[in-house]
Ligand binder design. Structure first.
Ligand SMILES: Cc1cc2nc3c(=O)[nH]c(=O)nc-3n(C[C@H](O)[C@H](O)[C@H](O)COP(=O)(O)O)c2cc1C
Length: 357
């Protein structure tokens, strides 16, 4: 079978690699065989404490597959994706000639390279009705037993906002989480431009004083001292207000989790994010706490946290579950709203592509 044009493959895989990934870990590798691309995952790139069931890695791969499918249409191919239950290749996307973008997929495809995490304070205005109906469209919000809940009630949002910040509060007061969080901050524009894994300090949108504090806080001895005088709680309070400035929280829930579930969550999340971007809205994934809470079922992880930390994390998780549907598991949470654009953005390294034919 004739191979797909290399230039087109590069465009498809540049779109794939523009997908979001936890800590910008970019946990993917691509193998091109004739008219198909294999999506291989690298779960070791994501941190074991947070990567419960390798879910973070698989969600990132799902988002990459979503982008690749949209870009394939733009390049004139019809993509057909098959998920694999085991092995490092999580999915194969085959291409047939004759693809074409319709109006909706054209607007999503145009948003792929414009989508960025926006961690600013948002403008606390209601979600525009057309955006709401677009992202709640069943073709986006219901797949493989997943559901998207939009939380817009200010009262419920307040509870979720506070629950989410248990993540930062714990990261500033627990040595293991502190190491994970501060170890992965990129302090220079050069590192960021090189597409290194980690969060570039400027994308965290900290006020100038907090940015200076962060340089000191990266030393555990300093963070531990401040934890004794209630600094983590102060930060949590400020961040809760920032979270609550969104128009809504989106929570993607499932009743069971396996590889396909996480890949589908990634695809759904990316479609929502591209829809929001196309409509000029901002988004931030704020899901750390759900992954941390679920990871506590692993004794190796649980022993890193004191009983009171564990209780705080479990309570935060329960608040989020109760705000949506106690019968379902919240897999991924994001905030969405109106805001100025992000101060800076994260870059990608050159994607690893193997041409196997
Ligand atoms: C599974 C997953 C979890 C994430 N969790 C968070 C989070 O808790 N907080 C946050 O600010 N960003 C989170 N992100 C966003 C990434 O940090 C972001 O996508 C990455 O740094 C690349 O930046 P970009 O989205 O601007 O391209 C998450 C992304 C994924 C895929």
């Amino acid at each position: 079978m004739e191979a797909v044009d290399r230039e087109k493959i590069t465009k498809i895989l540049t779109a794939a690699a523009a997908a979001p990934s936890g800590d910008n870990s970019q946990p993917w590798r691509f193998v091109v065989r004739g008219k198909s691309i294999e999506f291989h995952y690298i779960p070791e790139r994501d941190n074991a404490i947070l990567n419960y069931e390798e879910g973070g890695t698989l969600i990132a791969l799902g988002a990459a597959i979503q982008n690749a499918e949209l870009e394939a249409l733009a390049q004139g191919y019809v993509p057909h994706t098959t998920f694999h239950e085991s092995g490092t290749c999580v999915a194969t996307v085959e291409f047939k000639e004759g693809g074409q973008l319709d109006n909706i997929s054209a607007s999503l495809q145009a948003a792929i390279l414009k989508r960025h995490s926006n961690r600013r304070t948002y403008k606390k205005v209601p979600l525009p009705q057309e955006v709401k109906s677009d992202i709640l469209d069943p073709s986006i919000s219901e797949s493989a037993g997943l559901e998207l809940s939009l939380v817009e009630s200010r009262e419920v949002m307040k509870g979720i906002s506070r629950a989410l910040t248990v993540m930062e509060e714990t990261a500033l007061g627990n040595e293991s989480l502190h190491e994970l969080f501060f170890g992965d901050i990129l302090w220079s524009a050069e590192e960021n431009r090189a597409g290194k894994q980690g969060l570039y300090i400027k994308t965290l949108e900290l006020p100038p004083l907090a940015q200076m504090m962060f340089r000191l806080l990266k030393h555990w001895s300093f963070a531990r001292l401040l934890a004794k005088i209630g600094f983590p709680q102060m930060v949590a309070k400020t961040n809760a207000e920032q979270n609550a400035s969104a128009s809504a929280f989106g929570v993607i829930t499932a009743t069971k989790t396996n590889r396909a579930t996480y890949l589908e969550v990634g695809k759904m999340m990316e479609r929502i994010w591209l829809t929001a971007t196309a409509q000029g809205l901002s988004m931030q994934i704020v899901t750390g706490i759900t992954f941390l809470a679920r990871s506590l079922s692993n004794p190796e992880v649980a022993r890193l946290f004191s009983p009171s930390e564990q209780e705080r994390i479990t309570t935060a998780h329960a608040i989020i579950k109760k705000s949506v549907d106690e019968e379902r598991e919240p897999i991924l949470i994001f905030r969405i709203g109106t805001s100025d654009g992000p101060t800076d953005v994260s870059y990608r390294r050159e994607p690893e592509i193997v041409f196997a034919n």
